[in-house]
Design a binder for this molecule. Sequence first.
Ligand SMILES: [Zn+2]
Ligand SMILES: [Zn+2]
Length: 167
Amino acid sequence: MKIDLTKIPPGGKRINFSLEPGWWKPDFDEDRIVGLDSPLSARLKIYLAGEKIVVDGFLSVRLLLRCDRCLETYSKDLTTDFRIYLSMFPFNGEAEVELLENDLNLDFIDDNFLDLDQIIKEQLILNLPMKTLCTKDCKGLCPICGCNLNTGSCSCQSRYETLGNVS
Ligand SMILES: [Zn+2]
Ligand SMILES: [Zn+2]
């Protein structure tokens, strides 16, 4: 969804919408997020403050994440509030917009249009935990045979120990 920044009314513009789970695409290039497990609801307010454009937002969604250790998919609720500042300069009669903080080098602005999809995508990524774990004590995969140690067991570890190769 794109918003024309030259047409923000003086009192600001409020947008509430919801995105279906199919909105998240594998080519968003974020391996940890497998997809959305619920529709994503977004409430945004875009307003001018002096020469700045401010985007206040609230997002709520249930994400499908990939566990760092066992690589299984699990669900996690995510809600977040955020505020982004953009700067707008008059240029040859047209407005030119520049990002003040370029967090992840994502393109929020395309000509004079604000790309809400990119903003939401970046907020989801920024709010991921440092490590995505299905459970706090996920046992992960056996480094030798690759079996999921949460749901199965193998004899690799004991063989490894008898060989005296544990460092
Ligand atoms: Zn896991
Ligand atoms: Zn094993």
